[in-house]
Design a protein around this ligand. Structure first.
Ligand code: FES
Length: 122
């Protein structure tokens, strides 16, 4: 059973603001995950567009588009619902971001590795 891995202090993640990236191993390769806070809740995803497998953020940590209602891939503009990761428009049609389980606990935010999204190799 994998343990929880700390990412940051809970108050470092502001509502609808900049996301926080963290390193991981995804499907056997290096990658990053990110967390955002949306309507009070922390959501975690693999930082990989469902359209072309590249990172979403243009400026590091900028995941929301200007309305604050969607996460957006900076490269070709795919938009995703922040709470489910489902594609809401653009070239990700029918796709979704890969969820990563996250927990807010005693003032800190943690992520939970799973079968395919693993801690970085030592
Ligand atoms: S690579 Fe993300 S929208 Fe195409």
């Amino acid at each position: 059973m994998d343990g929880l891995i700390p990412i940051c202090d809970a108050d470092a993640l502001s509502e609808g603001g900049k996301g926080i990236r963290f390193p991981l191993t995804a499907f056997g390769g290096d990658g990053t995950g990110f967390i955002v806070r949306f309507r009070g809740t922390v959501h975690g995803y693999l930082n990989r567009c469902a359209h072309v497998p590249i990172e979403l953020d243009w400026t590091e940590g900028e995941f929301f588009e200007s309305s604050g209602m969607y996460l957006m891939c900076a490269t070709h503009g795919a938009i995703y619902l922040p709470d489910t990761g489902r594609c809401a428009g653009g070239p990700c049609r029918g796709g979704a971001l890969r969820k990563i389980a996250v927990t807010e606990l005693e003032g800190k935010i943690f992520w939970q590795p799973d079968e395919y999204v693993r801690p970085v190799r030592a």
